[in-house]
Write a protein that binds this ligand. Sequence first.
Ligand SMILES: [Ca+2]
Ligand SMILES: [Ca+2]
Ligand SMILES: [Ca+2]
Length: 221
Amino acid sequence: MSKGIKGAIASLALLGLGVFLGASSAAAQVTVSESAADTDDLAPSPVGGVQAEFNEGGRSITVSWSLSVDDAVRQVPTSSDFTTGGTFKEVNEVEQYNIWRRLADGSGTLAIVGTVGAGVTSLVDASINVSQGSRRYFYMVSVVDETGNESAPIESAEVRNMLLLGDFDYNGKVNLLDYGIFQRNFGQAEFDPVTDLDGNGMVDLDDFFLWADNLGANLYE
Ligand SMILES: [Ca+2]
Ligand SMILES: [Ca+2]
Ligand SMILES: [Ca+2]
């Protein structure tokens, strides 16, 4: 499925390029026809910002965003005959929001985890695979119109969840790989905040003892 999506994105990108090249080279000799002018090939404006955070227990992630500025119902005339007062229909440039997810470590594929309609500003992703190990994700939200034109995706900050104290690489196990990360941060003025296990603003022996207490813990056993 994700392969198909990637293919679709690639095709859309190529289509966009084709339209661009066509416009620059053929603009002089080609007159835009009525039907072409009526075709909606403009993507909606992207969302304003995307947030993502783990929910209690680490089994789902809530993704939220601010609406595209194009997400609004407008009245448009159904005909060009205004003499009778005309009839109108309600349209919204935004048809849906696509919510994408990828693993922060670069493994796996970019995939749509959900789709919601216009006016909706959040989605709970309960499809994360907790046995997968990695606990770090990025989410992206794109905006799609009725014709299928898709906006640029807007990405969240990395979302992390440390289900095990001391599991600094988020792989669900506390082992020597985590110690390596701890060691690089030990006593440093600038350190990865996750390694300051007691949250006192420095990475020192107290943090080491907390870490050592959890050595060998495994989320999946
Ligand atoms: Ca459009
Ligand atoms: Ca680990
Ligand atoms: Ca500390």
